[in-house]
Design a protein around this ligand. Sequence first.
Ligand SMILES: [Zn+2]
Length: 470
Amino acid sequence: MNKKKHTGAIIFFSLLAGVVAVAIAYFGVMFYVNTGSFIPPALANLPADLSGAEIADIKVSDEAGNSESTDADESVSGGKEAASDESLSDAEKDADKKKATATPKPTGKAKKSKKKKATPTPGPTKPEDVNDISTHDMTQYLGEMPGEGSDIVSTATAVYTYEQMVKDLYFLEQRYSGLFAYETVGVTKDLRQIYAVTLGNTNAPNHVVIQYTVHSREYINSLLAMKQIEYYLQNYAAGNTYGERSYPDLFANFCLHIIPMANPDGVSVSEIGIDSMRTDSAKGIIQYCWESDTQLGRTAAPLETYLLTFKANANGVDLNKNFPVGWDGYTDGVPVPSTDCHKGVAPASEVETQAIIKTVHDNPTVAVISYHSAGDLIYWNYGVEDENLLEADRNLAINLNNVTGYPTVVSEKYDWHLAGGCSDYFMWEEGIPAVTLETGNGTCPLDISAFGPIWNANRDVYALLAAMYG
Ligand SMILES: [Zn+2]
């Protein structure tokens, strides 16, 4: 009898605790939904075209207020992804980041699931083992190749997959044999290839490295990269001009290295879901990210919805927090694998980060460009004090502003809530001019309707760089 009463009380109080927890979570999210304005006034009223303008940086961090700057979405860019994030999931994220400031520990349950996944099970170790498309005989796909007169890279959908990219690289090679090259610069946790495409003269003294989509849900930029590559090849093959000079002339003494999809595992998660992971270890980490973020109050979304806006790699590491700049001092993140803001177990611990750094180191790199979304902005500066470096970075930012129409924004120096970014790293640690372009307007993942304006702004960027550095 007593025992029964006791059990009843436990059930009652457990239920009560559950109801209270749900109510707190709900009102917490609603508070941020109702009060958090994620469009800084300065960004909502951007001038459409600042072409030819002197550098006139708009001050995002000043005007956006603390909520945006502590967002630190774009660690690398040193900037905040100036996203006009208004969706519930982004609102949740903002709330999440605020909570993350307190560096919460995951609950026992989340820890337990991690432990369970850590059980050593011999798994696939090579792309062949998971039947990755890069290991296929590509001639079997030739029937899918668009005919002469049609573009190879299709803009029918923004969901540009890793598999489509591998096919398109092959198709472009068929059509434009000898005009470009591509190679693997890394193999990911889930055994996908990280490709780097080379355009121009590899013996040229000045090379520029451009990387896209370290943040999974920004995959529209991988489509942009592949369209830019095809556009270059079309113009080069036809001998077309940019300004006064032909493409062959522009690129006779210049070289570009393009990493069109720096985080193919994360892109696959964001585009397709958890079933896109072929290895148990990657699947386990992705599942853990969701469980942990749920436990930490960073998301209330079901798994499938949560993954649509996934930003990290298959280790749950935010690659734009993983670069070796201010890494130790970055204490504002999430201490465990997560969709974002987890810096990893060590500086440059991730193969994707290493692939970008290696591509820069393997070449005489004079500038590094990172593509992110969203905001229609160019971040530069990063609080660097070296005048020569700042001047070179300013020059790059102004020229890109002239071509894209995107306003320039001074990104401040990395700190405890904003570190580990790609552009910050190359500026601070390697003295290489670096900028971050934030394409598009709206909430990531951006819809294909965002692509037209992104394309119009960015299609001449490669030719511009050749004109600048060639
Ligand atoms: Zn990003």
